[in-house]
Every structure is written in structure tokens, then in C-alpha cells.
Design a protein around this ligand. Structure first.
Ligand SMILES: Nc1ncnc2c1ncn2[C@@H]1O[C@H](COP(=O)(O)OP(=O)(O)OP(=O)(O)O)[C@@H](O)[C@H]1O
Ligand SMILES: [Mg+2]
Length: 140
């Protein structure tokens, strides 16, 4: 209770703020292209008993997507070239799949990293920023 010297009418308006869950603002067809290109590469890399897994989770204000396979892996000296346009080790490949993936992710202020071990497998780590919205509403 607040004591005041004179009677006054007070109107207290409480503004509440709601924290909306994060959203990735990303073109659906572009995200689909990222998935297709990475899965196609894993399919090229795996042999019998191949496993391809995709995990997605939120951490702080980022959406993480991890593509992992147990395929043939990438030689260490080739690892830094994989996102370069036209770099390929596949006879039928054009070498643009990963450069497109890299372009889409960086255009959305995200990051992509690759980790690979020869004859063990390859993982691509994608981090995309989530957009949060604070929304005001009046409690009456
Ligand atoms: N999951 C993976 N396992 C092993 N090597 C990979 C994997 N992903 C990419 N690479 C290597 O990176 C290279 C470049 O990949 P990228 O997708 O850009 O081209 P590509 O698959 O060869 O051709 P395309 O243009 O048809 O996609 C591949 O040729 C391959 O050597
Ligand atoms: Mg490819």
C-alpha cells in the first residue's frame, strides 16, 4: 500500500512482455537445398552399413544442425578446399554442392564447419542465429 498526503487517483498500467520462441528466418526451398546437398554428399561417401544422422537443437540463441556420416572421410589437405566452388573428388561431381550450402548459410548470418577423419566419417556443423521477438500486451 502506498500512503500519499492527498487522495489521488492513480492508474497503474502494467505492461507485460512476452518472450516469443526463436525463429530462423530462412527460405524454405533454400534450407531444403542445404539438406539435399549435404545428404547427397554423405550418400556418395558411405558404403555398406552406412549411417547418416541429422540432429537439430537450440543452444543459446542459435539453431544447431549437425549432419554426420560414417563414410570414407576427407583427407586433411582437402578439408579446407571443400567449400571452394568446383572442388570435387567425384568423377561425376561438379563441385558446387558445398559452395551453395556455404553461400546459403552465410547469407543468413550463420556458420558452417566441417570435421572429418579419413575412413571414419564426416560431420558438418551448422549454426544459424534465431530471431527473437519481444511482444508487449496490456494486462487489464
Ligand atoms: N560427407 C562427405 N564425405 C566425404 N567427402 C565429402 C563429403 N562431403 C563433401 N565431400 C568432399 O567435398 C567435395 C566437394 O563437395 P561438393 O558437394 O561441393 O561437390 P560434389 O559432391 O563433388 O559435386 P556436386 O556439385 O554434384 O555436389 C566432394 O567431391 C568430396 O570430395
Ligand atoms: Mg555434392
Amino acid at each position: 500500500m502506498v500512503r500519499v498526503k492527498e487522495w489521488k487517483t492513480m492508474l497503474i498500467k502494467v505492461h507485460k512482455m512476452e518472450y516469443k520462441p526463436g525463429k530462423v528466418v530462412l527460405d524454405k526451398s533454400q534450407l531444403k537445398q542445404v539438406f539435399i546437398n549435404l545428404i547427397e554428399n554423405s550418400l556418395d561417401a558411405i558404403e555398406e552399413k552406412g549411417i547418416i544422422s541429422i540432429h537439430a537443437y537450440q543452444e543459446n540463441e542459435k539453431l544447431n544442425i549437425i549432419f554426420k556420416d560414417n563414410g570414407k572421410g576427407i583427407e586433411p589437405d582437402k578439408l579446407k578446399k571443400v567449400f571452394d566452388p568446383y572442388f570435387t573428388t567425384n568423377k561425376k561431381g561438379s563441385g558446387i554442392g558445398l559452395s551453395i550450402v556455404h553461400k546459403i548459410i552465410t547469407e543468413h548470418n550463420g556458420n558452417i564447419f566441417v570435421h572429418s577423419k579419413l575412413n571414419e566419417g564426416t560431420s558438418f556443423y551448422i549454426k544459424l542465429p534465431l530471431e527473437y521477438k519481444w511482444e508487449y500486451y496490456d494486462s487489464t
